[in-house]
Design a protein around this ligand. Structure first.
Ligand SMILES: [Zn+2]
Length: 282
């Protein structure tokens, strides 16, 4: 079920441009050939991030909701860890783009979840990226290196040129690896949800599947956790992908909203799954 609908997106931390920081530590070795769908033992080591076969026609597939044949009541909560290249100085001044309380609440409530992380975030918070990316409850998916747009216009974000798009995604994967994350999955979320045909073709070499969402949590800059909770609860259907954020300064109500969302959805019979499980339901 590929859905090519451009959705409005709640944007966080979408500052202007700025020079990209110097590249992170060099990887220890050149990346091995990308694994294919061929069966065989998994490659050991942190470089063995999974990738997918390119989409049909050299085009990146896109999903926003996925229902299995069973119609099981599953829902994927996803949390975007946005960070742009120019937000480093703000982080240095104390602004928190992380949200450890949110991650702790997910653990306490035993909720599986997917974090769509920017590479820049993993560089700013490597310990947290490693903790998230080594906890079997979570998986890290790719939200670009620095939250630049892959199509324009896109909420005023600077744009990644098409020839650089696949490398931008790879750079984010490199950041996760450098942080020590291992639970990394080949799913990608376009910053701002903005994409077009050019981007889908340009990204094909990255061998990712784009995952949007069908439920907007509306947590960006929200002050009222109940309003966020009600928006999520009113939107969820079997197979839904919910977009929320784990950047505390820009999504301060999310953790409290979850404390209501999780038990209510469970009472309705829903089970929380990671995006990778949702994709397998197909
Ligand atoms: Zn984002």
């Amino acid at each position: 079920m590929a859905v090519f609908v451009l959705l409005g997106a709640a944007l966080l931390g979408c500052g202007g441009g700025g020079d990209l920081p110097a590249a992170g530590p060099a990887t220890a070795a050149p990346s091995p050939a990308e694994p294919t769908a061929a069966p065989g033992p998994k490659k050991p080591g942190p470089a063995a991030f999974p990738t997918l076969a390119p989409g049909a026609g050299g085009r990146t597939p896109v999903y926003e909701r996925r229902t299995g044949r069973s119609g099981e009541k599953v829902v994927a909560l996803t949390f975007d860890a946005d960070m742009t290249a120019d937000q480093g100085p703000r982080a240095a001044r104390g602004e928190r783009f992380d949200n450890p309380e949110l991650i702790a609440t997910l653990r306490r409530l035993e909720v599986d979840a997917t974090v769509f992380m920017t590479g820049r975030w993993a560089e700013e918070y490597p310990d947290q990226a490693r903790a998230i990316g080594t906890d079997p409850r979570f998986e890290i998916a790719n939200h670009s290196y620095s939250h630049y747009a892959f199509a324009e216009p896109c909420y005023g974000l600077p744009t990644v040129a098409a020839p650089d798009m696949a490398a931008d995604v790879k750079r984010a994967f490199d950041s996760f690896r450098n942080a020590g994350a291992v639970n990394v999955v080949p799913y990608f979320r376009f910053p701002g949800g903005c994409y077009d045909d050019t981007a889908l073709h340009a990204l094909a070499p990255a061998r990712v599947t784009a995952v949007q969402w069908d439920v907007v949590g509306g947590d960006a800059f929200a002050k009222d956790p109940d309003a966020v909770a009600e928006q999520v609860l009113s939107g969820v259907r079997p197979g839904s992908v919910v977009v929320l954020h784990c950047t505390r300064s820009a999504a301060p109500a999310t953790e409290r909203a979850l404390r209501r969302v999780v038990p209510e959805l469970r009472a309705r019979g829903y089970r929380f799954v990671k995006v990778s499980e949702l994709m397998r339901a197909g």
